[in-house]
Design a protein around this ligand. Structure first.
Ligand SMILES: *[C@@H]1O[C@H](CO)[C@@H](O)[C@H](O)[C@H]1NC(C)=O
Length: 133
């Protein structure tokens, strides 16, 4: 009985809380739209990303999305030539990214040298920090 309650709460939490607001998605899609076509071509990503990088109010998770994110980051100069992320630019350009959020998210990234994975993990962390119920 106890276990069922826990399972149920986890289920309800999962269903109702992991969502992004329309406002946030619009904001991100607007930034992405400038380079979406070029980055889709460069990374073989699904062309559906040109419309939106979100599905069911979550960041799309599929194979080519990670490098698509890296491409967008590079084209928007969110990544320095030395491969580190430009905190100030993220905070200045994306309304929903604050210094508190980016510092927390950067701290969560592992030392993986793969910028595709890092770019996706960062975007996922940004979105998780902005989930609404
Ligand atoms: C990478 O480049 C940026 C901008 O020039 C600089 O601020 C940062 O300290 C550099 N990071 C590393 C690890 O070299």
């Amino acid at each position: 009985m106890k276990l069922n309650l826990v399972t149920l709460s986890v289920f309800i939490y999962g269903v109702f809380s992991n969502k992004l607001s329309d406002e946030l998605m619009d904001d991100w899609n607007r930034i992405a739209s400038v380079h979406a076509a070029a980055c889709i071509e460069e990374t073989d990503a699904n062309p559906i990303l040109a419309e939106s990088m979100f599905k069911d109010h979550k960041l799309i998770d599929e194979e080519h999305v990670k490098c698509y994110m890296k491409c967008l980051n590079e084209k928007n100069t969110f990544i320095f030539p030395n491969g580190t992320f430009n905190r100030d630019k993220f905070v200045n350009d994306i309304e929903h990214v604050t210094y508190a959020i980016i510092d927390k998210c950067l701290a969560k990234l592992n030392n993986d040298a793969d910028l595709c994975k890092k770019s996706y993990s960062l975007a996922m962390c940004f979105s998780e920090e902005n989930y609404v119920a």
